[in-house]
Design a binder for this molecule. Structure first.
Ligand code: SF4
Length: 473
């Protein structure tokens, strides 16, 4: 039976409820009156529940879809402004004991190069990432209690935070590792992690079990209930995501929103972020072998609907997507973007050669440098932000949501974005990007509404040019 507050996976992600939701959405997909009422609710920034949002996803009326897109754009602008937060993934180890059929790190893949970074190699990777200008990382590792125990992950986090190379520093480490125990989540929290990210892959239990035939990840309930354990362990910011392409996207979308509703109902705070990865080609993985792939148009619609359904949740898009697709969905509410990513283990300090056996998790579609991505974002009117202030100021979980709901972004996140962009321009940008960025900062400083904040931000921006670093509101 469906129960949003239950702590049992099969009750808060009830298959029967999803099926009823999809039937309801089909029955109402041309119900203009209902669709208008749902859009009106979304326009009042009240968010949408999984049933309402599923009706919009099923709706194919072009004028209504246009309204969904316009709303998504407006909500992104109101709550996040034109900032786009930058990050990079860092692969620590691709040893894995699971049998996920869509991932080349699965245990039976004897062809892929298996690697695990030593602490010295991590220093080299992080130095290379700092030299690009990154301040925020998402660390990734396969599940392997022998090769990648929690002690290894904790040691890596310590090493990453300790590296100060030139003006560089990694100020926020988000963690994407397998579902684990409350005690281990507590240890991650104590290590100072930002967001704990775990993709559900699919909410469809039967498919989940087939797609994860072996290894600890086979346990659907343990995996699905991981975010509750993470929150019990004190982690306020958790990141959800499904791997689109594995199951029917409408099923996944309803499941994703039900999961968000569950976290809000039980813990008083929804997910900090939602990621929208799509299945991609990799070593022994052919995405065409899966029959639920989605078109770019459906993908864009999903992004827009996530934005209007959970207005306060950040949305992340990775380099799995091409420049073209990223450009399209940036306008629809994406708030975080990876740049210059390597999905191989050790790929930043020592990029893989053509003739080398790969250790990549998936093929990167957007292969531009960070400077090219920053330049491109600014030309599109976005502010690339390297800000990590909220988490360092303790504004996590519901405290971050409050900031967002009170629309204080312009007096907090916006100046922080400008100051961290200024650091980037001073330390890492090409001449052309620097010129473009300095002009953008001048213009954007004018938008700060609080005179005191504006004055301080202007002074800090000036001080950064003089060599000082790490200011924040
Ligand atoms: S998805 Fe994660 S758990 Fe599954 S094989 Fe890949 S690395 Fe291992």
């Amino acid at each position: 039976m469906y129960d949003v507050t239950s702590l049992k996976a099969e009750e808060f992600i009830s298959d029967a409820e999803i099926r009823e939701t999809l039937a309801y959405a089909d029955a109402n997909k041309e119900n203009a009156e209902l669709i208008d009422a749902i859009l009106q609710k979304a326009a009042e920034r009240k968010g949408l529940d999984h049933r309402e949002a599923s009706v919009l996803l099923a709706c194919e009326m072009p004028d209504k879809i246009e309204r969904m897109y316009a709303l998504a754009q407006q909500i992104k602008q109101d709550y996040y402004g034109n900032r786009i937060v930058m990050f990079a993934p860092l692969y620590l180890s691709n040893y894995c004991v699971n049998g996920c059929v869509y991932c080349p790190y699965h245990l039976k893949n004897k062809h892929i190069a298996r690697k695990k970074l030593t602490q010295e190699e991590i220093i080299a990777e992080v130095t290379a990432l700092q030299d690009m200008g990154h301040k925020r990382l998402a660390i990734e590792a396969g599940e392997d209690p022998v090769n990648n125990p929690i002690e290894y992950i904790l040691e890596c986090i310590d090493t990453i935070y300790s590296i100060k190379h030139k003006n560089g520093a990694i100020r926020r480490v988000n963690v994407n590792i397998a579902a684990t125990t409350v005690e281990n989540y507590r240890r991650l929290k104590e290590a100072g992690i930002g967001t704990y990210i775990l993709f559900q892959e699919t909410y469809h239990k039967e498919s989940y079990e087939k797609l994860h035939p072996t290894g600890p990840k086979h346990d659907y309930a343990y995996h699905t209930e991981a975010m509750d354990r993470a929150m019990e362990g004190g982690i306020d910011d958790v990141g959800l995501g499904v791997l689109f392409g594995l199951e029917l996207y409408r099923y996944e979308f309803a499941g994703l929103l039900m999961h968000a509703e569950h976290l809000e109902a039980v813990h008083g705070v929804g997910p900090h972020t939602i990621s929208v990865p799509r299945l991609k080609r990799a070593d022994d993985i052919d995405p065409n072998a899966f029959d639920n792939g989605i078109s770019d148009d459906i993908f864009a619609k999903l992004c827009a609907l996530i934005r209007i359904s959970v207005p306060y949740t950040g949305m992340i898009i990775s380099t799995r997507e091409s420049q073209e697709v990223r450009e399209k969905v940036l306008a629809l509410g994406v708030s975080q973007l990876s740049g210059a990513s390597k999905t191989s283990v050790g790929g930043y300090a020592a990029p893989e050669q053509e003739d080398e056996t790969t250790s990549e998790q998936f093929e990167v579609s957007d292969q531009r440098t960070l400077d090219e991505v920053v330049n491109w974002l600014m030309r599109l009117g976005h502010i690339p932000s390297f800000c990590t202030a909220c988490y360092r100021e303790g504004r996590t979980g519901d405290r971050f949501m409050e900031l967002c709901k009170n629309m204080q972004i312009l007096n907090c996140c916006h100046p922080n974005a400008l100051m961290t962009l200024k650091e980037y321009l001073e330390d890492y940008a090409s001449e052309e990007t620097k010129e473009l960025g300095l002009a953008l900062i001048e213009k954007e400083l004018e938008k700060i509404t609080n005179p005191k904040v504006k004055k301080t931000a202007c002074a800090y921006v000036h001080d950064i040019a003089e060599g000082r670093r790490d200011f924040r509101f």
